[in-house]
Design a protein around this ligand. Sequence first.
Ligand SMILES: [Zn+2]
Length: 471
Amino acid sequence: MTTPKTRITAGILAGLLLAGCFTGCFFRKGENDKDPDTPITITDTPEEDPAGTLTPIVTPENPDDPASPADDPAQPTDPVTPIDPVDLPTPVVPDPGTAGASDTPADTADTQADTPAEDGGTHVTGIRLDKYIVAVQVGKSDMPIVTMLPSTALDVGEIWTSDDTAVASVSTYGKITGVAPGECKVTVRSTDNPDVKAVVDVMVVEDQDVIHVKQISLDKYETTIQVGLMDMPWVTMYPTNAGDKGEIWTSDDTAVATVDKYGRILGVGPGTCTVTVRSQDNQDVTAKVTVNVKIAEVVKEPTYIDGTLIVNRTYALPKTYNPGVSAEAKAALDQLIAGASEDGLEFWVESGFRSYDQQLNLYNTYVGREGKDAADRYSARPGHSEHQSGLAFDLNSFDDNFDTTPEGKWLAAHAWEYGFTLRYPKDKEDITGFMYEPWHVRFVGKELAQKLHDSGQVLEEYFDITSVYAD
Ligand SMILES: [Zn+2]
């Protein structure tokens, strides 16, 4: 995919389609009547675009996001829009200003320490732009988005100049307008500290000319994945208004990793290879990713501590561990559902047992939409999902706001009475390794459930164990 925005949006929409379920489900929201054993395959993505032309979309929930390309007006169209953006996971937005291009001023600007001003405030020590390459047609304009660093600086005034106003002019607030074909540099300085500046390379073309790709930035230039798992770097092509931002992906060793036309890199065998993305528009413009592929440690036995099965980022289940839904957990859940119904509340299972292969498919689907770093926050890698234990259930909703509903409140208050623990509480992401999931309960038996409830601890705290992936 071409731009981070496009990719993020597609990921969000995909997340919604998948009901945003996280360690999660493989159901689509509103399709709970579908066969719950239908895994989603990695080919099932809304971003598959046979024409290879992907429309940049400004994320609807954050129109003021400074990372939004200024030259990309919000596109009203998307095949799967009418979804409330409130229950979206927050996407990780790579900063185009720092995403690549090691020769850009952003790299140094970001690292500078705050300088206290004599008046007690903070002075500007760096300037970051959302783009350092701008191309416009004669008579057209573009405007980089400026961030003065540090964010605590008091005087964030800007001084804009063009070194060749016969090629491009620039307004006092940074709007760059093409005057005549050619190249020039536009500089923005801090009014607070004129030594601090950022420079934009400006190209002006005839008003009917196509704007060509000059540079490709990625959100990462190296990745480590396991055999069978995926990653997908986010691509930004500059100028962002280039006419053809199509990508051509290749791997120099497909025995180590393959890459598809969307940039989804799949680990095939142990080793290191280089994956290259080229601009379809200008094949001399490339970016490369070093891909390290490792074989996952083979897990032979599930881990029990004091009789409790542990599944998290540190402790995986064997690939062959395939028990189905635990009868004991199901019986306890039936009691929970009956108890809630006496209080006039209704619970149902959105997602229960998932096999290793189903989780593999699900995880790779998320990675193929948002990249590995984002997917790792909410989707467990295969072997690391509690759903594979047969002891975990996702109930009712995959919406963070489930905890504000009567059912969500009841679950938080009463699940322990039936032997369940809310496995991924708010503000414990660093401990459990997973985002808040008010809908995910894990059967641990009444005795332990009460201890966890009374102490407010999660399993990792109670057993003093970690939840961290090995790589
Ligand atoms: Zn779950």
